[in-house]
Write a new protein. Structure first.
Length: 133
């Protein structure tokens, strides 16, 4: 049995994800939107959906990352984050697989390192899907 988190209803542009980002009353969603766009642009195989209220990016149907917005911060989560290279030390969490990056207003961010994490998460999930994991 696959350990990957799979969603048969993932699609190229999911209307529920578009609606989530269209909520103009939530500035934290605007803060995280460029990072979700980066996830969308990670490859031609990227699909998306809203899972548990969070925009989620997939390689085909296998989830690799998500975003969520709270009152004081946003999270960029990685489903197999524990196995990702993180030389900048951005990832938080202690779970068996998942890790996240927390962003706050006014806090400095190593944008290149975060972009590298997104690319690594996509590439890692692409390999896992291709290997039949």
């Amino acid at each position: 049995m696959s350990k990957l988190f799979r969603f048969s209803n993932a699609m190229a542009r999911h209307p529920e994800v578009e609606a989530w980002f269209s909520n103009g009353d939530e500035p934290m969603r605007r803060m995280v939107q460029p990072w979700f766009e980066r996830m969308r642009q990670a490859g031609a195989d990227v699909r998306e959906l809203l899972h548990d209220g969070h925009p989620t990016a997939c390689v085909e149907d296998a989830a690799f990352a998500y975003v969520d917005a709270f009152t004081a911060h946003v999270n960029l989560g990685f489903y197999e984050g524990a196995s990702l290279p993180d030389p900048a030390g951005l990832l938080e969490g202690t779970g068996k697989r998942m890790r996240h990056v927390k962003l706050r207003w006014g806090q400095s961010l190593d944008e290149a390192a975060l972009a590298a994490l997104i690319a690594a998460a996509h590439g890692d999930m692409r390999r896992r899907v291709d290997s039949g994991e």
